[in-house]
Structures are given as structure tokens and as C-alpha cells.
Design a protein around this ligand. Structure first.
Ligand code: G6Q
Length: 554
């Protein structure tokens, strides 16, 4: 299926934008570019009702966007012509839509709480999925209740997840988001960086007798993770002095049974998942074990149920009333028609402070691609640059550029109506700021208004406004609402990938650097000067060899 952008005649350049709907949208953008959102609001008191949508406990207000009914109708046609509905069915059905790796894409099966059968290669995956969830729950309960003891008979107080990328960012973000629900005795730590400072600093504060490690690695070959896991194993053995204790303090989450056993982990304590779970979509799988340990199986299931509710909404709601589709289309609108290069994620919630980093991976590793699923080089912008931080801190840092810079940066504001603390005054201040920011970004302040308000007609006090934003309001940051929120973004990414005709589920762009690093590693301490790289890399390697020799003597 060719994308709406990539439909081309034989003699045209690859990726030519030739679908009539694209040309229509281009012409329409020229009209919309000249209109200020404050005029759209002034002309239509029902704009909020028109451009907002509720799904479960999530409210999306997208009225502060540079859109009209006509814009949305055309964007929905774009989605129809890209066959979003067809691709969506293929994904849910277990078709191998990750074509460069010949894999199904079934994170939705991991939270298929309706439990209807989902087939991969003729096998219903649900019994295995449910089996692992069950095992995770049983194991977590043993640790949480104190039945599972360390090698000296002490209860576990600290859980350390060793993993990187998809085996780190998801569980870490969710653990942080659900901290109010965590078991009072259990602290969870995440080690990802192969910079020794990360593992050292984390373990310094821990007691091997009461520490449980989860080695989370789909492949169990990832250099950073395995280096840290071996260090942690040695750290335990230095104190416990017997190999047999490894089994009490290490469990694994992996698809690689052999490597897990070779590491000394009891195969009974390997929690499996499957090749149809992409790393950055894996927090719903056994990769979420640290979450289950922290908040318990029941809460984890609520997280899955929330995601499932969003899956159902995404699967069944008409495209024009479909939250992930709307977010995706708005992103395409700014990316491909307004030339916006980035998109900011601005949670007004301390517990969601890792969401921007999580979405950076989810989005940019999925859609940061310049070759389409048919192997053609695209000639249109694809994945946006995703970035952000907690909004309230951002206000005192980078919002200057959002308000008065030269770039158009659409933003998502994410807020919870009910706070987790009883500090209502704090919460009201937070909410007032969120509202003020979206209002200011949209309305701006004209020169006349500036003069009237400040007594000065100073151009540097003028705000152009017309900066688009979405507001996503959660009733409360519960496991269920969080599940819905994450699934919302996953499907938004998927829809954009379909429109751009990408395979959003591979990540070949991470390969080359890994390959080069394994060649360079032994060169760092070679006895003679190395060559064979470009002049810069060769000189840097040799500089490092000389200078580090001085201090390590290697
Ligand atoms: C995510 C990527 C990547 C992956 C890590 C860790 O989609 O595939 O971030 O999760 O490279 O891989 P392992 O789980 O195999 O260690």
C-alpha cells in the first residue's frame, strides 16, 4: 500500500507528493496560515465543543490549533487515503507489518484484556501472554510479601532494573509516574548507562543481602546491559562468596533462554516475551516486571486495562472522533504543511517528568526514518523532533522561545485534575499556570494591548500568539489513566508512520554506531598507533590511547 504522499507515476521522482488531497491541503494551509487563532475563537463560541474529545478519563482539547472544520475534514481524508483503518486492522490482527524484520507488531495483545484470540503464525498468543502476567504476579507477590528472601534470609528492599533503551525507559517512566502506589519497603532503581558511574553510584547505596536485580534485555547480548549485569553479579559475589546465591538475587526478562541460563539465572526466574514485542513498546510485557514489583499485579493490570481501553477506542471510534488519529493528524499538519520541525511535550505533573524522555524514544526511533516501507527515499519530512520537560520548570527556562522565538513549535500540555498530594494550593498554582500558558501561546498580546497594559509600546513586549497547543487532561494519574495516555501516544505514532508510509517498528539507525564501537573498543588500548579511520577519528583514538595510558598504565 503506497502512502498518500508517495503515490507517484512511473517517471516521477520517488516520494513525489501527488495525491490530490495533499495538494488541497497545501492550498488550504496558505489560507489558514493567514488566520489568527484568536479570530477563530472570536468567531465561534462553540469552538471548544467542536474541537475537544473525551475518551475514558482523558479529555483532549485541540481547539487551540490552527484548524477549521474544513482542515479537520481534509486531514481525515488524508488518513483515509493512507488507509489508516486498514493498517490498524492489520496490526491488531497480527499481520507482519514490521516488514523489514518480518515481524508482527502486537504490543496490543499484551494488554488484550478482552482476551479474544490473537494469532501469530497460526498460534493464539494469548495463553502465553496471560501465563507470563500470572507468573510475574506470583513472583512479585513473593517479593512484596517478604516470602522471597536474599541469601542471608533478609527481605528484599531494593530492586535494580538493569536494561537500556526500550528495556529501561518505559518501566522507569511508569515506576516514577506511579510512585504514589509503590510498596513502602521496595525502592526500584534503574541502571542503563555503561558509564561506570551509573552502576557504581547506584550500588554504593545498596546492600547486596537485600537487593534483587532484574536483567532486562530482549536479546541478552546488549553490551551496556551485559557489562553492568556482570559488574552487579561480581558485586554480589564479592560479598556472598557463592555462585549459588546468584539465583536468589538475579532474575531475567528476555527472549534468550540460553544466555540467561549461562549467566547463572534459574530458568524458572526468566520471564519471557516475544519477537513481536518491540523494545520501545515493551513496558506492557515482562519488561514491566519492575513495575509489578513496585505497585503490585493488580495495579499493573489496571495499567494494561487503561491501555486496552485506548486500544478499543482507537480501533472502533470513527477517524474524525479518534483521539490518537486526531493527535497524529495535527502533528502531520504542522510537520508537513507548516514546516514545524519539533514538538514539545510539557507535562504539568511532577510524576510525569520522565514522559518526554520516554516519548523521545517512542516517537523518534519509530518515525525518524527517510526510507519508506517500500524502500524509497522519501522527499517529505517524517518524524518530528520530540522534546520537553515538566512545563512549570520549562516556563522559567525555555518557554521564552516558544512565545517569542522565530519557530513554530506545537506543544502538548498534560495535566491531572486531581493531585496525588493534599497540597491543593500548590496544585491550583500549577493548573493556573498551565491554563495561562496555553492562553498566552494562543492569544498573544498585540502592540496596542501591550501599550494599554504596560504603558509602553515596546515591540519586545509583544507576543504574536497563534502558537498551537493540545491540552490533555487526566482525571487523576492512576495506573488506568496512565495506561490510556501511553497507548494514546503509541497509536498516534503508528498513525503518523502509516501516513508517512514508514515501518515504525524497526530501528536500523542504531546499528552502524554499534558496529563501529565494537571495532574501536580493542583499538583503544592497542600497543601501536591505530589507523584506518578518517583523520579525525584516528587522531582521537590515538590521543585517547596516549592520554589514558598515562593514567591507567594499560
Ligand atoms: C527499542 C530498541 C532498543 C532496545 C535496546 C535494548 O525499540 O530496540 O531501545 O530496547 O537496545 O535492547 P535489549 O532489550 O535487547 O537489551
Amino acid at each position: 500500500m503506497a502512502s498518500v504522499f508517495a503515490m507517484r507515476k512511473q517517471d516521477e521522482a520517488p516520494g513525489a507528493l501527488h495525491r490530490p488531497i495533499f495538494q488541497q491541503l497545501k492550498a488550504h494551509q496558505e489560507v489558514m496560515a493567514a488566520i489568527h487563532m484568536r479570530d477563530l475563537f472570536a468567531a465561534d463560541p462553540a469552538r471548544f465543543e467542536r474541537f475537544s474529545l473525551q475518551a475514558g478519563e482523558l479529555l483532549l482539547d485541540y481547539s487551540k490549533n490552527r484548524i477549521s472544520d474544513e482542515t479537520m475534514a481534509m486531514l481525515v481524508r488524508l488518513a483515509e487515503e493512507a488507509d489508516v483503518a486498514g493498517w490498524r486492522e492489520r496490526m491488531f490482527h497480527g499481520d507482519k507489518i514490521n516488514n523489514t524484520e518480518n515481524r508482527a507488531v502486537l504490543h496490543v495483545a499484551l494488554r488484550n484484556r478482552g482476551n479474544h484470540p490473537v494469532f501469530v503464525d497460526g498460534e493464539d498468543v494469548m495463553p502465553k501472554v496471560n501465563g507470563v502476567i500470572e507468573r510475574m504476579g506470583v513472583f512479585a507477590e513473593k517479593v512484596r510479601s517478604g516470602e522471597w528472601r536474599g541469601y542471608t534470609g533478609e527481605r528484599i528492599t531494593d530492586v535494580v532494573n538493569i536494561g537500556i533503551g526500550g528495556s529501561d525507559l518505559g518501566p522507569q517512566m511508569v515506576y516514577q509516574a506511579l510512585k504514589p502506589y509503590r510498596h513502602p519497603r521496595l525502592r526500584v532503581h534503574f541502571i542503563s548507562n555503561v558509564d561506570g558511574a551509573h552502576v557504581k553510584e547506584t550500588l554504593e547505596a545498596l546492600n547486596p543481602e537485600t537487593t534483587l536485580f532484574i536483567v532486562s534485555s530482549k536479546t541478552f547480548t546488549t553490551q551496556e546491559t551485559m557489562t553492568n549485569a556482570h559488574y552487579a553479579r561480581d558485586w554480589l559475589l564479592t560479598q556472598s562468596q557463592a555462585e549459588k546465591h546468584v539465583a536468589k538475587h538475579f532474575v531475567a526478562v528476555s527472549t534468550n533462554r540460553g544466555a540467561v541460563t549461562a549467566f547463572g539465572i534459574d530458568p524458572a526466574n526468566r520471564f519471557e516475551f516475544w519477537d513481536w514485542v518491540g523494545g520501545r513498546y515493551s513496558l506492557w510485557s515482562a519488561i514491566g516486571l519492575s513495575i509489578v514489583l513496585a505497585v503490585g499485579a493488580e495495579r499493573f493490570i489496571e495499567l494494561l486495562e487503561g491501555a486496552h481501553q485506548m486500544d478499543e477506542h482507537f480501533r472502533h471510534a470513527p477517524l474524525a472522533r479518534n483521539m490518537p488519529v486526531i493527535l497524529a493528524l495535527l502533528g502531520v499538519w504542522y510537520n508537513n504543511f507548516f514546516g514545524a520541525e519539533s514538538h514539545a511535550i510539557l507535562p504539568y505533573d511532577h510524576y510525569l517528568r520522565s514522559l518526554p524522555a520516554y516519548l523521545e524514544q517512542a516517537d523518534m526511533e519509530s518515525n525518524g526514518k527517510s526510507v519508506d516501507r517500500d524502500g524509497n527515499v522519501v522527499d517529505y519530512p517524517t518524524g518530528q523532533i520530540i522534546w520537553g520537560a515538566t512545563g512549570i520548570n520549562g516556563q522559567h527556562a525555555f518557554y521564552q522561545l516558544l512565545h517569542q522565538g522565530t519557530r513554530l513549535i506545537p506543544a502538548d500540555f498534560i495535566v491531572s485534575v486531581e493531585p496525588h498530594t493534599e497540597l491543593q494550593e500548590h496544585h491550583d498554582i500549577l493548573i493556573a499556570n498551565f491554563l495561562a500558558q496555553t492562553e498566552a501561546l494562543m492569544r498573544g498580546r498585540t502592540l496596542e494591548e501591550t501599550q494599554a497594559q504596560t504603558g509602553q509600546a515596546a515591540p519586545y513586549k509583544v507576543f504574536d500568539g497563534n502558537h498551537p497547543s493540545n491540552a490533555i487532561l487526566l482525571q487523576k494519574l492512576t495506573p488506568h489513566a496512565l495506561g490510556m495516555l501511553i497507548a494514546l501516544y503509541e497509536h498516534k505514532i503508528f498513525v503518523q508512520g502509516v501516513i508517512w508510509n514508514l515501518d515504525s517498528y524497526d530501528q536500523w539507525g542504531v546499528e552502524l554506531g554499534k558496529q563501529l564501537a565494537s571495532r574501536i573498543l580493542p583499538e583503544l588500548h592497542a600497543g601501536v598507533p591505530v589507523g584506518g579511520h578518517d583523520a579525525s577519528t584516528t587522531a582521537l583514538i590515538n590521543y585517547y590511547r596516549r592520554m589514558s595510558h598515562r593514567h591507567t598504565g594499560i
